[in-house]
Design a protein around this ligand. Sequence first.
Ligand code: ZN
Ligand code: ZN
Ligand code: FE
Length: 747
Amino acid sequence: MSQVRRILWVHGTVQGVGFRPFVYRQAVALGLSGLVQNHPQGVRIEIEGAEAAVAELVRSLRQEGPPLAVIGRIEEVPTELQGSTGFCIAPSDSAGPCATHLPVDTAPCAECLRELFARSGRRAGYAFINCTRCGPRLSIVRALPYDRASTTMADFALCPDCLREYHDPADRRYHAEPSACRVCGPRLIWDGPPSSQSPLLACLSALRSGQIVAIKGVGGFQLACDASDGAAVQRLRERKRRAAKPFALLAPNLDVIAAQAELSEPERASLLSPRRPIVLLRRRADSTLAPQVAPALHEVGFMLPASPLHYLLATAFGRPLVMTSGNLSEEPIARDDREARCRLQSVADAFLTHDREIAFRLDDSVVRSEGGAEHVLRRARGYAPTPIPLRAPRPLLAVGADLKNTLCLADGESAVVSPHIGDLHDPKTRAAWRETLSSLTALLGVAPTAVACDLHPDYISTRLAESLGLPLVRVQHHHAHLAACLAESGLSEPVIGVVFDGAGHGEDGASWGGEVLIADRAHARRAAHLRYVPLPGGDAAAREPWRMALAYLLDLGETSERFCLWPGRQPAVELLALAIRRGVNSPLTSSVGRLFDAVAALTGLCRMGQFEGQAAMMLEAQSTDPCAAPYAYCITGRAPAEIDLRPGLRDLLRDLAAGRPVAEVGSRFHATLAAAVAEVVGLLSREHGLRTAVLTGGCFQNALLGARCQRLLEQRGLRVLRPVSFPPGDGGISLGQIAVAAARLTE
Ligand code: ZN
Ligand code: ZN
Ligand code: FE
């Protein structure tokens, strides 16, 4: 049989996932000789032997690779026979730019868990256990190629036992770069009231006595306390300056979660996925969680342990723990020990930290299951920065939105969205943005030659883009929302896009947010929008729903006296009414987010909010009837048409005055919006011959609205696309900006 020698270039997520050991075992089993090495382009294999065996190796790479590997392109280059014998894992070749995918951090695998909870063994109870199939990855990577020397594990020399496993092809830890044990690996450190116990036990006693502990997690510090202890949770709220936003929870297993929240099969699967996201679940009526965990909301966010340390803590504690990002209100999550001690000293009673550095800041990811599919709402640990295919004529950067910021890099073949960064209004978040940009460009080896940013000249993100001194492509906010969904679905043809969100700068200078666009990736035209009303006080309106209620009342020709918009503050209400009538600091808006605020305030659910979207979440929580009858509405004008909800809002006010329950009024309000969407999209579909509709924007985090719109559109025979792997909110904007820029620069 003929002998051949080939060089194989394997692209994709192939570093840090046990790929080289896999190749080694396959090659040895097939009697092939040669070598495998990490390379900036991916993994490089030189292979020599019988032609059929080489073909079998290539097939097995594609079909039997390790579970965490994502195999992209495989290039095969024939080369001269060398008569080599034996197969080895060769040192990495670090020349040239990096095009490989960065591996993501994953929860301990079943075998590591067995060792962790075993009665004896080198790694029993050891908080940093991992192997080639699990453990820290992006969070410890300083540079590529992915080798121990270029991770924060470089500071720990392997002990003889670990070294033996590392070099034994039959071992699960063969070339497991972060491999460690109690003798040679990272150690926990307790920084709190003096204790004679181990750091872990000291932390558990502090948590049991109602204290707040800052814990160094996978991608940053988290704040933990007993989720059943109302006083502890309340203290955490006050110290963290977070009045109402829900806290995430950690539980040791599905049984503990099932006692607190409803669990469907897809939700169990999301919780158990090695990515370990926070999964939003419907809270059970008999839940024993402190109400302060998620005030006035029907959902709670649970996760299972994402690391061995979390397993040890959660299992020993037994009950749910609050496990929220270690930061003050909108700041980025604290990453290194010094930063955490200084920023969190006023929040935490104690610190459980360790001596391994975190190289890359990662928040927890948040998902929700809808109609059996997992929808990503915040994309970070375990999900980012997995790339998606996206053609671009040159290397590009997109700076993202001001809120829920992410940034995005494109290398020509694929786009990589950074983990969630946060609110750019905070200077610390802007510093984190710059840090993310420089580490991602370095790790991916992408040097952007053009930058995509928002259309708004005064956005912080726009100014960050301008400061880079590269050619700019300015993209309208809602077009970016839509294009993100197109990029995710791999679609290029024109669609009808329904984009509902809080606010985005419109082409006419107004604050848009209730938009129906006819668009492809390169261009968008506004086909319809929600009727404009004043946005009294600009940005202040997003935190004070009573302002929008007043704007809508005046638009209906009502006076404010009949409605208690701000109890005891009627003079302030009258002053604002005057400002609205005179157009003082009251730009126009078509925002659906602000419409939700107005309705939530009119029902009395939420007149003053603590965070954007709170009023809408509270209204959704109350609106439980998915089959409610819509109120009236009308669609007027053309190109763009106007969606006028005034007839229905009058009925809604009459119902409220008549004492109809909020559950009924709220459900009918959701139904009205969905019916209006279906009618507008139906009209446009006939007029333009388009059969695909996209539903996106932050308002489509609202499961009731999303499901109802989708059902009505599908009943009309339309194909409906919604974001799945990327957030429908502003976390997806950077991907949309880069998709638009790539399409325009290609034209
Ligand atoms: Zn493992
Ligand atoms: Zn060791
Ligand atoms: Fe938006």
